[in-house]
Design a protein around this ligand. Structure first.
Ligand code: CAA
Length: 285
């Protein structure tokens, strides 16, 4: 019998986690969001406040619905507050060591039947799962940025993920208004494996001064109908995140398309991470 999912724990409320918390609360679920400290909680509240404000301004829902959405989210810095949730989505930074320690802790806190899902975009879900005593209940649920807007969720099954877990997570994604696709555990899954070679190539064209950033972006927007050009998209994703994804895929496949273009590392070292730091290929207010 399918699991009833009424409440969700979201661990890590950065860009992706905050977006996932928002979309779950918008669809009637109770959300417990976990961050490491009060400063990060305040940042997550602000992120969700701004995002829902944009949605109200864009006519997606009204102020009353926004207030109800916000009331469905509680924030905590204690993982033990996830003891009663029906499903957990982890969205902390892309470090296997960090994720392993969170999953080991979740295993102690959550009921045995609870699904432990990771929003990882490039790490191995199998490797994350073996750090729990219930790898069959571990699955990838990979959302896209901005999570409240992008329809795709990639569901990543490992060789030991139980079929009912995959089915329940697909139903969960549909309940959030998303389009799930199911894939095996390979770096980049579907979308990033196809997308990041293109983004990396654009960064390399920019680096060699082949074309200006505006012209590179304009070509893909006006020539191919993409909603934003590749350099603007790298800024949205975050250059540090993009670099980690490329590096992981390159390590796994040795495909030169994914060997990170040097300018990415240089920009990261200089603190130009994209929108989140106020400057990347472009500058933001
Ligand atoms: N909830 C619901 N809807 C919202 C919302 C929210 N919180 N915030 C904004 N929206 C709606 C707006 O109302 C608007 O709706 P309409 O189109 O019906 O008017 C729509 O979302 C677009 O929002 P904006 O007008 O604020 O912004 P925009 O038109 O400039 O679009 C964008 C911004 C959605 C980011 C668009 O440019 C886009 O889709 N870009 C491509 C993004 C992309 O490729 N993402 C994937 C990155 S890869 C990744 O994420 C994987 C990984 O692992 C890193």
């Amino acid at each position: 019998m399918a699991r009833e999912i009424h409440s969700v724990g979201v661990v890590g409320l950065g860009t992706m986690g905050a977006g996932i918390a928002e979309v779950a609360a918008r669809n009637g679920l109770t959300v417990v969001g976990v961050e490491v400290d009060d400063l990060c909680v305040a940042r997550a509240r602000e992120h969700i406040g701004n995002s829902t404000e944009r949605a109200v301004a864009g006519g997606k829902f009204d102020a009353g619905e926004r207030d109800a959405l916000l009331r469905r989210i509680t924030f905590t810095t204690d993982l033990r507050d996830l003891a009663d949730v029906d499903l957990v989505v982890e969205a902390i930074p892309e470090s296997l060591e960090l994720k392993a320690s969170v999953f080991t802790a979740l295993e102690q806190v959550c009921r045995p039947e609870v699904i432990l899902a990771s929003n990882t975009s490039s790490l191995s879900v199998t490797e994350i799962g073996v750090h729990t005593g219930r790898p069959g209940k571990v699955v990838g649920v990979h959302f896209f940025n901005p999570a409240p807007v992008q329809k795709l969720v990639e569901i990543v099954r490992t060789v030991v993920t139980e079929p009912d877990v995959v089915a329940d997570v697909e139903a969960f994604a549909r309940r959030l208004g998303k389009e799930p696709v199911v894939i095996g555990d390979r770096a980049g899954f579907i979308a990033n494996a196809l997308l990041f070679g293109y983004l990396n190539h654009a960064a390399s064209m920019y680096e060699s001064r082949y074309a200006s950033r505006e012209d590179l972006d304009a070509a893909m927007r006006f020539g191919c109908g993409y909603p934003m050009g590749p350099l603007a998209l790298l800024d949205l994703i975050g250059l540090d995140t993009a670099y980690e994804i490329l590096e992981t895929m390159y390590r796994q496949s040795r495909n030169r398309l994914h060997a990170p273009t040097p300018v990415l590392k240089q920009m990261i070292t200089a603190g130009l991470l994209g929108r989140k730091s106020g400057r990347g290929f472009y500058t933001y207010d």
